[in-house]
Ligand binder design. Structure first.
Ligand SMILES: C[S@@+](CC[C@H](N)C(=O)[O-])C[C@H]1O[C@@H](n2cnc3c(N)ncnc32)[C@H](O)[C@@H]1O
Length: 265
C-alpha cells in the first residue's frame, strides 16, 4: 500500500533524503535567504529543517547560536543537531512551535508548507514567534512543471502505472505548489507586504543511477509510489524516467524551480 501521508515518507534513512531532494537544499537555501535578506546579528528559525540544509546556510550568516530549527522527524533532528551542535534544534511540528512570542527576527520553511498537517496553523505559528516587522518566508517546489526531476518522474509513472499515477502525482496532490496559492496562504494569516516569485536552482548527478537509487527505498511520496510497484513495473518506471531525461550517460545536471512567499509580521 502507498503511504498517503506525505510527511511520514520522510521518516526513512536521512542519507537517502540527501541523495533525493536534499542535494537541492543548499543552493535553494542560498536563493531563499538572498531573496528575504538576513542580517548577520539576527535570530532565525528553520521550520521543518530536515537534515539541516537551510539551517546550515543560515548559520553561516548569523552563527549557530542564533539559529533554532525544528522538525517532527527525530532522525532528521539528530542529523541537523550533529551538523550544528550549538544551534537550538528540537523535535517539533510547525503547528505547535515550542517558542515564546516574538522570539525571532525571521522564520523560514523550505519545502515544508505542503507537508504540514494544518498549513494555516503552521504559518500562524511562524508568524507568532517572529517579532513585529520580522519576516516569515517559505518555498515549495513547482511540482506541476519546473521541478524537473519530480515532474519527469511522475510523467514516467503515468506511462507505466496510469491509474495509480493519476492518484498520486504530486503535481495534483501537493497543496501550495502554485505561486498564487502560496502567497494566498501568507495573506490568509495576515502577513503584510506579501511578495512571491520563483527560485531557480540546479543539482548535479554522477549518473542516472545516482538519481534513481533513493526512489526504491520509499523516500518522499515519489519513493513511496516507487516502492509500492512490483519489480517489473518498477524496472519499467526506471527505464521510462531515464528516457524522459534523455537517457543520460555519465554526469548531468537538472534544474528545479520553487515558488517562494515572504511577508512581514
Ligand atoms: C522535503 S523535506 C524538507 C526538509 C528541509 N527543509 C530541506 O529543505 O531539505 C520536508 C520536511 O518537512 C517536515 N515536516 C513534515 N510535516 C511537518 C510539520 N507539520 N511541521 C514541520 N515540519 C514538517 C518533514 O519531516 C521533512 O523534514
Amino acid at each position: 500500500m502507498i503511504e498517503a501521508e506525505g510527511a511520514a515518507t520522510f521518516r526513512t534513512a536521512t542519507d537517502m533524503y540527501g541523495r533525493f531532494v536534499g542535494r537541492y537544499a543548499p543552493s535553494l537555501a542560498v536563493a531563499l535567504i538572498r531573496t528575504v535578506g538576513v542580517e548577520p546579528d539576527s535570530r532565525v528559525l528553520d521550520v521543518g529543517c530536515g537534515p539541516g540544509g537551510l539551517a546550515t546556510a543560515l548559520a553561516e550568516i548569523v552563527g549557530q547560536e542564533n539559529v533554532a530549527a525544528v522538525d517532527p522527524s527525530q532522525p532528521f533532528v539528530s542529523v541537523c543537531r550533529a551538523r550544528l551542535p550549538t544551534a537550538d534544534v528540537r523535535v517539533a511540528a510547525a503547528e505547535e512551535l515550542p517558542f515564546e512570542d516574538d522570539s525571532f527576527d525571521a522564520a523560514f520553511a523550505q519545502l515544508v508548507v505542503n507537508f504540514m498537517t494544518d498549513p494555516v496553523r503552521g504559518v500562524e505559528e511562524m508568524r507568532r514567534v517572529v517579532r513585529p516587522s520580522g519576516s516569515v518566508a517559505a518555498c515549495t517546489w513547482d511540482y506541476r512543471d519546473g521541478m524537473t526531476m519530480i515532474r519527469a518522474y511522475w510523467d514516467a509513472a503515468h506511462e507505466v502505472a496510469p491509474d495509480e499515477a493519476a492518484e498520486f502525482d504530486e503535481g495534483k496532490t501537493m497543496r501550495y505548489a502554485a505561486l498564487d496559492e502560496l502567497t494566498g496562504l501568507w495573506q490568509t494569516v495576515d502577513l503584510e507586504e506579501v511578495e512571491g516569485g520563483e527560485l531557480s536552482v540546479t543539482a548535479a548527478y554522477e549518473d542516472f543511477e545516482d538519481l534513481w537509487a533513493p526512489l526504491p527505498t520509499g523516500i518522499g511520496p515519489a519513493g513511496a509510489f516507487c516502492a509500492s510497484l512490483d519489480p517489473e513495473r518498477r524496472q519499467a518506471l526506471r527505464a521510462a524516467l531515464s528516457r524522459k531525461l534523455g537517457d543520460p550517460e555519465g554526469p548531468f545536471e537538472l534544474s528545479a524551480r520553487a515558488w517562494y512567499a515572504v511577508g512581514r509580521v
